[in-house]
Design a protein around this ligand. Structure first.
Ligand SMILES: [Zn+2]
Length: 296
C-alpha cells in the first residue's frame, strides 16, 4: 500500500519528466470506480485536456497535479494503484483507467501518464476548489504533512495532547498526521523506541522528540531509497521501477528475526486486520527512562 514515501517518489518523478508539458488528450476507460467521487469521467477528461501541468504536489498520500489555470487533479493510489510514464505506443495494461497523453514537440505522439489500478481502491478526481494554501477542499480533513516545515516537535506535542489513542492508531489517523500507513508506522515506532500500544498522550518530552525525529528520519530515508516495494512488487515508480527501501526495514515484515538494535526477535501482533511489528525489548510497553538502546 503506497504511503508518503512512495507518493513523494512519484511526485518527484513527475516533477522531472511531466511538469511543464501540456495534456493534449485524456482517455477515461471503464473506471467508474476510479472516478466515483463525482462520477463525471467525461467531464473530467474535458476539463483537463489542453491544460499545462504546472506543478506536482502532494498532501499525505494524495498526489496533486496542478494545472496552469488553477485546476487540480487529485490522485490517490489506494491499495494497488500505479502511475506510469510510458511511450504512446506501449501496450495498454489491463485495469488502465486513465490515460493522459501529453503534447509532443516532434511529429511523433507524446508520452502518456497512465493510471492502472486492478483493485480500484484508488481514485482520481478534479478538485472542486482549493483553500488559501492550495489544498483541495476535499482534503481539508487531512492533518499536517510530516515533510511540511510546519511539522515541528511543538506541533507534534499538540497533536498528541492528552489523547488516550494508542500511538500506532494515532500515526495511522490521517486527520492527525497525513501520509503514514501501516508499514512506516511500525518503522517509525521502532526508530523512536516507543511501543505501538502506548497511549499517545502519555509521552514524556524526550519521547515526543524521539517520535518527531523518528517520523522525519524514517520518511526521509524511505524517500531517499525511492520507497518500498513489497513481495507483491505492486508499487512501481513512474518509470516502472521498484522501490529500494525494503532491505532497510527494521521492524516491518521481520517477525522472529533478530532486532538490529538488541538482537532479540521482532514480534508480530495481528489486530483489526493488520499486523504490527515491534521489538518488545527496545520498545517497552510502559516506556523506560534511560533504557532501550542496548536492550540490557
Ligand atoms: Zn530491539
Amino acid at each position: 500500500v503506497p504511503e508518503l514515501p512512495e507518493v513523494e517518489t512519484l511526485r518527484r518523478d513527475l516533477d522531472a519528466v511531466a511538469v511543464g508539458r501540456t495534456i493534449e488528450h485524456a482517455t477515461v476507460s471503464g473506471g467508474a470506480r476510479t472516478f466515483r467521487r463525482y462520477g463525471d469521467a467525461a467531464g473530467f477528461a474535458q476539463r483537463v485536456s489542453g491544460r499545462r501541468l504546472a506543478a506536482a504536489g502532494r498532501r499525505g498520500k494524495y498526489l496533486l497535479l496542478r494545472l496552469h489555470d488553477g485546476g487540480v487533479v487529485v490522485v490517490h493510489l489506494g491499495m494497488s494503484g500505479q502511475l506510469l510514464w510510458l511511450d504512446a505506443g506501449a501496450a495498454v495494461a489491463g485495469h488502465t483507467h486513465l490515460v493522459l497523453r501529453f503534447a509532443s514537440a516532434s511529429p511523433e505522439p507524446g508520452p502518456e501518464l497512465r493510471f492502472v489500478d486492478p483493485r480500484t481502491f484508488g481514485e482520481v478526481f478534479f478538485a472542486a476548489g482549493v483553500d488559501a494554501t492550495g489544498v483541495p477542499v476535499e482534503l481539508s480533513h487531512l492533518g499536517v504533512d510530516p515533510l511540511d516545515p510546519g511539522f515541528t516537535v511543538g506541533s507534534l506535542a499538540a497533536i498528541l495532547g492528552s489523547r488516550r489513542t494508542r500511538l500506532k492508531s494515532l500515526l495511522l489517523d490521517q486527520r492527525a498526521v497525513a501520509g503514514i500507513g501501516n508499514l512506516y508506522a511500525d518503522e517509525i515506532l521502532w526508530a523512536a523506541r516507543l511501543a505501538p500500544e502506548r497511549p499517545a498522550g502519555g509521552l514524556r518530552p524526550a519521547e515526543v522528540r524521539r517520535l518527531h525525529a523518528g517520523i522525519q528520519a524514517v520518511l526521509a530515508d524511505a524517500v531517499a531509497h525511492r520507497g518500498s516495494s513489497l513481495a507483491d512488487a505492486q508499487y512501481r515508480d513512474l518509470g516502472g521501477g521498484l522501490g529500494g527501501h525494503g532491505p532497510h526495514h527494521q521492524a516491518y515484515g521481520r517477525e522472529g528475526r533478530p532486532c538490529r538494535r538488541c538482537g532479540r526477535p521482532i514480534r508480530r501482533v495481528a489486530a483489526q486486520g493488520r499486523s504490527t511489528f515491534s521489538c518488545p525489548t527496545c520498545q517497552p510497553p510502559r516506556g523506560s527512562a534511560g533504557r532501550g538502546v542496548g536492550g540490557g
